[in-house]
Structure formats: structure tokens, C-alpha cells
Design a protein around this ligand. Structure first.
Ligand code: 3PG
Length: 209
């Protein structure tokens, strides 16, 4: 199951990182993502609306929805109960990863150093989030880490945008790239689905060019 989710994430190349303040906007957001050609969402547990938004998006069945900014095992439980297909964390925490694995859900924790990558490997993971990508050495750092860790794949996130997306996606070791630039919080709050759709479509065009 987790392999299939990883494959889908890699196939889509992009992971929109969502901060949503009102779960009532979840449906408009999901419709915009699908219309823009990117049926994927990482809904972060930075707002109280996260679990309800995940629930609303998961119920549609047309978006690969996961939870982001998952810091505790309790949040893993909450995310999985809401229908999250994967759980993303800024760093690697054993308890969080193990709870996700108990649920049979993909864990995508952050790792930006060789020591952190080894910790993730020890937990049985082969793909990690590379966060925050921009301030952790960017594409050059990923290339350097990929040399010893031949089987490991990275999902750089943090400081990625239309200007540097290509640098990351050009790397064989990059499974997908995450970011919030195509799902601005303000547009989601306004219920501006067309604005989101346009940004999503632009990102998809860049990612597949
Ligand atoms: C995340 O949690 O993955 C980041 O906040 C996304 O980073 P960005 O806003 O720089 O894209």
C-alpha cells in the first residue's frame, strides 16, 4: 500500500503543501487541484481545520490526500482517521514513523543530513522529505547525499518555486518536489478556485516540461 502511494506521489512529481483555515474551502481547493492536473494534497496540521479538510478531500476519492506537519503519534491517529494516505513530518521522529507504519500508512519524514537519512533507513524508509530544501543546501546537497545513499529518494520542500523547480526534478534521486507556492493560503481562504487552478496548471506544465 505504501509503495503504491509513493508511486503515485512520484508520478505526479509535485506535492502541494496546503495550509487551510476553514474546512469549508476544502472542496473548492480539491476541485481546483484536479482541474489543474494535480490530484494531490498535503494538508498540514498547522491549523485546526486540517483534519476536517482531509476528511472532506478524502471523501471525494479523486485526490491523493495526506497530512503534513505531523509532529506526534496522536496527530498520526487523527490524520489516518480522517483518511490521510500518507503522513509528512518536517523531521524524523521514531514514534511518529512507527505509528504511521502501524496504520500501514506511508511516512515521509524530513531528513537533510547523512545521520538523519541513516535514521530514516533504520526505520525501514527509502524516501524522505528534504526539508527545508533551500536553506539545507538545495539540489547540490541532495546530489551529494544521493551518492552514498543510492537507494534513497528525496522530496525537496521548502523554498521551492517556479524558478528552481527544474533543478530539483532533474535529479534522479528526487521522487517529487513539495511546496506551497501553487496553493496560496490567501487564495484558499477567498475560495478562489480559479486562481489556484491556474497556479497548479502552471506548476504542472513546468514539472512535466
Ligand atoms: C512545508 O511544510 O513543507 C513547507 O512549509 C513548504 O515550504 P514552502 O512554503 O517554502 O513551499
Amino acid at each position: 500500500v505504501t509503495e503504491a502511494v509513493l508511486k503515485q506521489l512520484a508520478g505526479n512529481r509535485l506535492v502541494p503543501v496546503v495550509v487551510i483555515d476553514d474546512a469549508k474551502q476544502a472542496d473548492t481547493l480539491a476541485t481546483a487541484l484536479v482541474a489543474g492536473g494535480l490530484p494531490v494534497a498535503e494538508v498540514t496540521f498547522r491549523t485546526a481545520a486540517a483534519a476536517d479538510a482531509i476528511r472532506a478531500i478524502a471523501a471525494r476519492g479523486d485526490v491523493l490526500v495526506g497530512a503534513g506537519t505531523v509532529l506526534t503519534p496522536a496527530q498520526v491517529d487523527e490524520a489516518v482517521a480522517a483518511g490521510a494516505a500518507y503522513v509528512v513530518s518536517p523531521g524524523t521522529n521514531r514514534a511518529v514513523v512507527e505509528r504511521a507504519q502501524e496504520h500501514g500508512v506511508l511516512a515521509l519524514p524530513g531528513a537533510v543530513t547523512a545521520t538523519e537519512v541513516q535514521a530514516a533507513l533504520e526505520l525501514g524508509l527509502t524516501t524522505v522529505k528534504f526539508f527545508p530544501a533551500g536553506t539545507s543546501g538545495g539540489a547540490r546537497a541532495i546530489s551529494a547525499l544521493a551518492a552514498p545513499f543510492t537507494g534513497v529518494r528525496f522530496v525537496p520542500t521548502g523554498g521551492v518555486g517556479t524558478g528552481n523547480l527544474g533543478e530539483y526534478l532533474a535529479l534522479e534521486s528526487v521522487a517529487a518536489v513539495g511546496g506551497s507556492w501553487m496553493v496560496p493560503r490567501a487564495l484558499i481562504n477567498e475560495g478562489n478556485g480559479e486562481g489556484v487552478r491556474e497556479l497548479v496548471a502552471e506548476a504542472v506544465a513546468l514539472a512535466t516540461s
